[in-house]
Design a protein. Structure first.
Length: 98
């Protein structure tokens, strides 16, 4: 289950920020992982938003890698926690936009 902060505030710009965070903190190959996501995205139904596809992609492919790097249980929701961190740190409260 995705926390409400993520479902309410996750925007396309956060995808880029997550990839940057993965590169900075864990040394992920930015270009290769972005390409993997692009390939995954084009195979999704047209009704799937880019953000929903990214969350599914991250949980399926990135989460196990993060858990392995961090020596955590394979089922730990590390990717969701990373999303929460990025969204919380980089979101503008709705009342302060525009």
């Amino acid at each position: 289950m995705i926390p409400q902060l993520i479902s309410d505030h996750f925007e396309p710009m956060h995808i880029d920020l997550v990839f940057k965070e993965l590169k900075a903190r864990f040394g992920f190959n930015d270009k290769a992982w972005r390409k993997k996501f692009e390939d995954y995205l084009v195979r999704q139904p047209r009704t799937t938003s880019e953000m929903d596809a990214f969350i599914k992609f991250g949980n399926t492919f990135i989460n196990p890698v993060l858990n392995e790097i961090l020596c955590r249980n394979a089922l730990n929701a590390t990717f969701v926690k990373l999303l929460f961190y990025v969204v919380e740190r980089n979101s503008v409260p709705r009342g302060k936009r525009g």
